[in-house]
Design a protein around this ligand. Structure first.
Ligand code: NAI
Ligand code: MG
Length: 372
């Protein structure tokens, strides 16, 4: 197998520490890889006015896969004020680099496995093993938003939608519009990934998550598209449910679910809920997967208050590295890594603060590496 070219994007805060921990285990696995470090995050926004500089975009074009730590994001007003003085007043607008990356590279699958490793004191219940497929490029995250609604738009909406009338009377700065945009192709392809995964991994059931009874146009399209794909997989049980009900039922009985597929926002929400049931942010791992590139990351952010303290749990990032190995076709190393994590969790000797222990980030990485 050719040497893997891996983009390495630590980002801000604890991003560097958790990626360093992942590197300890990858090196111990003797993964044949070269790592190409890239600049991303708040510091580049401040200094250059771009949190995701073009050189990093180019770097991602040249690698097979990437690991991403976390970035700090702040509200628009704070973002402008923190720019280096030479860049202020130029109308630069902060945009989340990870959302941009997903769109630019069409990383349309957000894959979030949530497995309760036996013996984790943070498990909500032992035995939970859920996999979420979140659509990653469309929906309310399409980025088509109006903080102030232009009159042109108000006029068109007033003309086309009877239901818009009460809003049309408001001044444009008294309301805001974020567009939820879902396509048939986008809904079909995420559903297909979920069903293909279920088929290949011997999973029994896929649940389509939506709110089609209220958000009729977009979620209706998502549900209809996913149902059409489901018909091609008669061997897999299919169900659908409203997102609010799913949140309740997941807590009541997580064992009624297996694979879940959802539009972007609902997928984001239910995957955090599921991650919390299997240990919280220290265990939540995620893959942003497209047809050309995939970027793996912990789901947590930059946790500024823990930055530089060597304190947070690196398991989320180590599990993200495990997902990367699977994606690279290094299944053997991936399963060795997962077994090592499971062994350390089961043993319960090395635990970071979130698990009720006092061990450091690097001690946890070493403990996993020692089991490889
Ligand atoms: P966060 O996920 O960074 O941290 C919240 C809290 O969760 C931490 O204070 C800590 O108590 C706990 N935590 C996080 N990671 C942990 C780990 N590995 N081990 C143990 N405990 C852990 O969320 P927060 O504080 O809301 O956001 C901080 C910054 O990160 C913000 O600027 C936010 O915009 C950004 N963010 C970035 C994300 C990304 O890069 N993908 C995702 C979420 C937030
Ligand atoms: Mg989230």
């Amino acid at each position: 197998m050719a040497k893997h070219r891996i983009g390495w994007l630590p980002g801000d805060g604890i991003g560097a520490e958790v990626l360093a921990a992942a590197r300890v285990v990858l090196d111990r696995l003797r993964l044949d890889a070269e790592y190409h470090e890239g600049d991303i995050g708040w510091e580049y926004w401040r200094r250059e006015g771009d949190a995701f500089p073009q050189r990093t975009v180019d770097l991602l074009k040249s690698v097979d896969v990437a690991m991403f730590g976390a970035v700090t994001s702040k509200p628009v007003r704070t973002a402008e004020a923190e720019l280096t003085p030479a860049l202020q007043g130029k109308g630069l607008v902060y945009r989340s680099p990870i959302v941009r990356m997903r769109q630019l590279f069409d990383l349309y699958v957000c894959l979030r496995p949530c497995k309760a490793y036996p013996g984790n004191p943070l498990n909500y219940k032992e035995g939970i093993d859920l996999v979420i497929f979140r659509e990653n490029t469309e929906d309310l995250y399409a980025g088509v938003e109006f903080g102030t609604v232009p009159e042109e738009l108000a006029t068109i909406l007033g003309r086309l939608s009877k239901n818009f009338t009460p809003f049309q009377k408001l001044p444009g700065d008294e309301y805001a519009i974020s567009c939820k945009i879902n396509t048939r192709a986008g809904s079909e392809r995420i559903a297909r990934q979920a069903f293909e995964f279920a088929k290949k991994s011997g999973r029994k059931r896929v649940t389509i998550v939506h709110k089609a009874n209220v958000v009729r146009a977009t979620d209706g399209l998502f549900l209809e598209s996913a149902r059409e794909v489901a018909a091609e997989y008669p061997e897999i049980a299919v169900g659908d449910a409203n997102v609010d009900a799913v949140c309740m039922w997941l807590l009541k009985n997580p064992f009624n679910y297996d694979v879940l597929v959802a539009p972007n926002l609902y997928g984001d929400i239910i995957s955090d809920l599921c991650a919390q049931m299997v240990g919280g942010l220290g265990f939540g791992c995620s893959g942003n997967i497209g047809s050309e590139l995939a970027v793996f990351e912990p789901t947590h952010g930059s946790a500024p208050k823990y930055a530089g303290l060597n304190k947070v749990n690196p398991i989320a990032t180590i599990l993200a590295a495990k997902m990367m190995l699977d994606w690279l076709g290094e299944e053997d190393k991936a399963s060795r890594l997962e077994d090592a994590v499971a062994a350390v969790v089961a043993e319960g000797v090395v635990r970071t603060y979130d698990m009720g222990g006092t061990n450091t980030t690097s001690e946890m990485a070493e403990a996993v590496a020692a089991r490889l």
